[in-house]
Design a protein around this ligand. Structure first.
Ligand SMILES: *Cc1c(COP(=O)(O)O)cnc(C)c1O
Length: 391
């Protein structure tokens, strides 16, 4: 029997991922029978909810070598990033606190930085090289006596580039500034160790690693050197006062299960994704020898490809392939306007190359057969569009 491919093939795993069936199974009882509020400590419903939340906190902490008490649950990485940047800014509202980040960050970081700038902070946006890498030396040079925090993402959501966290963490600690990382794309894909990497704050989200949407966490160091931080959401004083609001118990259970599975299967799965990714690029290159890889060829996420296909408009290509493959031209856009990617711009791509680039995110459910099919469809469509253009 020939397996039918399920179309369109999902190749946008940097935007979001499906919930793993094992994760869903772990979550289900906490919607119905075990529906307690973990803050209701005076009965068994509440105590059972509290028990699983604390077990999840322990598991998520352990996955990055952090103490459970330093994990604060949020609604996702956007909130975690906002809490980290605005919370640390609010605890340093004297003088002109200085923050450092990099131009290729996710909008959550860039927009939170802009917000605190409008409220009196100073921010420096460091450049990257043409492969998307940040030089730790550039970070060291940007640190000044007013610098409070350096925020550098672990893995980029468009080009998958992995930044040298350990080197940056070491120099931040030497210079006594807090080091924060948006590890949303990295958790479960590369090993993260907040002790070894001197990370003081780390943001992550369940839906990028086969967990549910709407749940994430901020790791924030409470042991020395303790990070001064204020909440941005006030209420009942949940999460040790850092983030009020009734906890999303099924989400938290699913998040922990998703992290557990991803860490357990990390080595073999990343190897498998790397092979699929490399095969896809090779297959495309044999038919379209002029395509160019955006971002570092080695220091990048195993499942990520971002390529420039000269002579083809990415939007036209994506729309033409809409029934075959689900890909994107960059970050999941918030507006209908087709604005070129700020990440690709930062690599110095020409205006024309900016509009000819696509992002392919390979993930857990993808098979070799699917990748082969995707490569064929892509190559055929590119050839067709080029013929049309040349007529
Ligand atoms: C997806 C993503 C976010 C936002 O996460 P949400 O949980 O969707 O708010 C932040 N940073 C990076 C790098 C991401 O990939």
């Amino acid at each position: 029997m020939i397996d039918q491919l399920r179309l369109p093939i999902y190749l946008d795993h940097q935007a979001t991922t499906p919930v793993d069936p094992r994760v869903l199974e772990a979550m289900l009882p906490y919607f119905t029978e075990q529906f307690g509020n973990p803050a209701s400590k005076n009965h068994l419903y509440g105590r059972e909810a509290n028990r699983v939340v604390e077990a999840a906190r322990e598991a998520i902490g352990k996955s990055i070598n952090a103490k459970a008490q330093d994990i604060c649950f949020t609604s996702g990485a956007t909130e975690a990033v906002n809490l980290a940047i605005k919370g640390v800014f609010n605890a340093h509202r004297y003088g002109t606190p200085h923050f450092i980040t990099v131009v290729t960050e996710h909008k959550a970081v860039l927009d939170a930085m802009k917000r605190i700038e409008s409220e009196g902070a100073r921010a420096t946006y460091l450049p990257v090289d043409d492969l998307g890498m940040l030089d730790p030396e550039v970070v060291a040079e940007a640190i000044c006596p007013e610098t409070v925090m350096v925020s550098i993402m672990a893995a980029n959501n468009e080009i998958g580039v992995l930044q040298p966290l350990k080197e940056i963490g070491r120099l931040c600690r030497e210079k006594n500034v807090f080091f924060m990382t948006d590890a949303t794309q990295a958790l479960g894909k590369i090993s993260l160790d907040v002790q070894e990497m001197n990370i003081d704050l780390l943001a992550c989200s369940a839906h990028k690693l086969y967990g549910p949407k709407g749940i994430g966490a901020l790791y924030c160091r409470r042991s020395l050197p303790r990070v001064p931080i204020l909440p941005i959401i006030d209420g009942g004083g949940h999460e040790r006062g850092l983030r009020s609001g009734t906890l999303n118990v099924p989400g938290i259970v699913g998040f922990a299960k998703a992290v557990e599975i991803s860490i357990q299967e990390m080595k073999s799965e990343q190897e498998r994704l790397r092979t699929l990714r490399d095969n896809l690029l090779e297959q495309l290159k044999t038919v379209l020898p002029d395509i160019k890889l955006n971002g570092h060829p080695v220091h990048r996420l195993a499942g990520n490809l971002n390529i420039c296909i000269p002579g083809v408009e990415s939007e036209a290509l994506i729309i033409a392939l809409t029934n075959e493959i689900a890909i994107s031209s960059g970050a999941a856009c918030t507006t209908a306007a087709i604005e070129p990617s700020h990440v690709l711009k930062a690599l110095g791509l020409s205006e024309i190359d900016l509009h000819s680039s696509i992002r392919i995110g390979i993930g857990r459910s993808n098979t070799g057969e699917e990748i082969k099919y995707a490569a064929e469809e892509l190559a055929n469509e590119v050839k067709r569009l080029r013929t049309l253009r040349d007529q």
